[in-house]
Design a protein around this ligand. Sequence first.
Ligand code: CP3
Length: 379
Amino acid sequence: MTQTAAILAEASHFRAPTLVASSDSRFVRACLREPVDRTPVWFLRQAGRYMPEYMAVRRHHSLLDICRTPSIAAEVTITAAERLGVDAAIIFADLLLPFTPMGLDFEFVNGEGPVVHQPVRTREHIAALRTDRTDDLRYVAEAISTVSKHFASPRVDGDRLGIIGFCGAPFTLASYMIEGGSSRNYVETKKLMYGDRDAWRMLSDKLVTVLTAYAAQQVEAGADVIQVFDSWAGALSVEDYRDYVLPATTQLIQQIKTFGVPVIYFGVDTASLLPTMRETGADVLGLDWRVPLEEGWRLAGADVAVQGNLDPITLFAPQDVLRARVEGILAAAANRPGHIFNLGHGIVPGTPVDNVIAVAQWVRELSRRSGADRIGAPR
Ligand code: CP3
């Protein structure tokens, strides 16, 4: 039996009998490829630095203070979702928060991104990382609980907003731990991966343990869906992804699925990896903008939902160009069940908020199933 098959066999013992058959959120129904009245829409990084409301909060609090104060994290999450008119709210948090209870200090340096003070480079350091303090992350679940109560009654076109919890995937988090920050070539990560397979496996296992517990807290608090960010998986060849990354990622995703929620698995520059990423059993695969949506969906497989995939930089384009791109994506998805409209990666600072609001509105109008024939038609 291959390693992945063994993990799947083990995970199947824990699997909940069925996911909730239907939901009062069109976003959740689309994740499960159930019929929807129109295509649900939300945006990666929808509550970030492009938004004046966020920047106003940010003037008085550091990024980590916002993440660690449930009332502020909830407020930022809710404000963005309501302002944009989207179908889902992603909890305001950061991928790197689990590093602290694992014993790794980091900070966000303005203009540089995250910096880990003592990058993980040795087997001894990996052995010392802790997996028994995930309770320290409960502030994220508390924020989710507040957001979930706020959106308990129907809000967008009669439907309840979906609440998205999230965590990093083992590879992407390991890369931050090992590189000490963002990276171009992942030299240190790949050196450890190739050079000490046992150490790599120990690190992956520890991450899976922590991330599973963290995701469980989020689901218990009211998250309808968990998104697993493998933002930098595109740095790997198919062979290395399959060999070094797929087993732990599959284990994480299968364990999250046992909590009874759909899982969205997202990466960037993943066109060549999609057929292998689908083997994780994720319900939804994120498509980045480089791959045409039809081709991405074909590679992901007809039995998964897809999320994407507008180039976030088209949000800077004149509205006629932007609208044509939105129409193009909706036409390519052709109202098949299981499309969630999103960007191919996160909104960047400086993006005009009005264009983001316009995209959400166009998706809501153009994808109505009764008006499906309008998609792609000349205006
Ligand atoms: O609504 C939202 O989407 C915001 C919530 C959110 C943040 N980080 C807050 C944040 C989410 C979903 C994340 C995920 C995250 N964090 C990812 C995966 C998403 C992706 O884009 O693929 C990654 C790779 C990180 C790690 C991280 N955090 C980096 C690389 C940076 C620096 C980015 C930059 O441009 O400076 C951060 C900082 C960060 N996390 C910001 C925000 C709003 C910006 C900094 C700030 O507000 O001070």
